[in-house]
Design a protein around this ligand. Structure first.
Ligand SMILES: [Zn+2]
Length: 301
């Protein structure tokens, strides 16, 4: 039996309305729903009076206006970015212009390992450069909040989570979400790093996760364990395909994703590619030439 992922999808909210969702934590959701963003980008506001904003979202004036209007006389001291996909960081430019707050992120959008001939389908925000580069373990202090930076590459090479220390609440960006698995799409996405970043979370004592998309995860560890198990099962499915003589990603996807609508196959293929790249890295699989969507894969022994 495949592992059952304890998905969480129930969420009631109004677009553009700032809501108190925990002590020192508010959220407002941008109106950019899609198969990849669920209801849209959840922008979090930490503290009161002088606040931090996590992931201002897409370049959407209405969303940034909603943040500003909801904050009223409060000021923004920090803009924190989990990673540089188009639904997370572009809104920082408008918010920065309006508030003068500095942006904090691991770094600009990365290039990844397998650049040649691979088209990236998820949009990277190539115009973003943080004012302040942050690293694993860094602590950012506001007037009545403090945040620990937790580097979690995998979904992208610059993905970082933020823990509001007062609440032991981890803002997980797209690394761990309740409504869906994360997309790990080479070249910038890296399955080996993603798995390590899941293991990293298992060793922590966060009490609740607030992903950028969808509702909170109030029992983090079983959720992370299920995601790890799920990826291990995907690896096994790939190896089963190989052992049945199916060595090309194109032919694996319909066998592995029987319950997935066909329009999601290109995204699924990139996910399979990510797992295959990891299996090649570990020495389990090999191919002639570069690791790519078009490769023909076989066991090394
Ligand atoms: Zn993302």
């Amino acid at each position: 039996m495949p592992v059952e992922i304890p998905y969480r999808r129930k969420l009631s909210f109004d677009y553009g309305k700032i809501e108190q969702i925990g002590p020192g934590i508010r959220r407002v959701i941008a109106n950019n729903p899609s198969p990849f963003t669920f209801h849209g980008t959840g922008t979090y506001i930490l503290g009161t009076g002088s606040v931090a904003v996590i992931d201002p979202g897409p370049d959407d004036a209405a969303h940034i206006d909603a943040i500003m209007a909801g904050l009223g006389a409060e000021t923004v001291s920090h803009i924190l970015i989990t990673h540089t996909h188009m639904d997370h960081s572009p809104g920082s430019r408008r918010l920065k212009a309006l508030t003068g707050a500095k942006t904090y992120a691991y770094g600009p959008h990365g290039a990844g390992k397998m650049e040649s001939g691979v088209v990236v389908e998820e949009g990277g925000d190539m115009d973003f450069t943080p004012d302040c580069e942050i690293r694993h373990g860094d602590v950012l202090d506001g007037t009545n909040w403090s945040v620990e930076c937790v580097y979690t590459p995998g979904h992208t090479s610059n993905h970082i989570c933020f823990q509001l220390r007062e609440a032991k609440a981890l803002f997980t960006g797209d690394h761990v979400m309740g409504w869906s698995t994360s997309i790990v799409s080479p070249p910038d996405g890296d399955m080996g790093q993603y798995m390590q970043s899941l293991e990293l979370l298992l060793a922590r004592d966060d009490e609740i996760y607030w992903p950028t998309h969808g509702p909170a995860i109030d029992a983090p560890k079983p959720h992370v364990e299920a995601f790890i198990q799920h990826r291990i099962e995907r690896e096994q499915q790939i190896l089963n395909c190989i052992d049945e003589g199916v060595g090309r990603i194109h032919d694996m996807v319909p066998l592995m994703y029987r319950d997935t609508p066909e329009f999601m196959y290109p995204a699924a293929a990139r996910s399979v590619l990510a797992s295959i790249a990891y299996l090649v890295e570990k020495g389990t699989l090999a191919t002639s030439g570069a690791v790519s969507l078009e490769g023909d894969y076989a066991r090394t022994s």
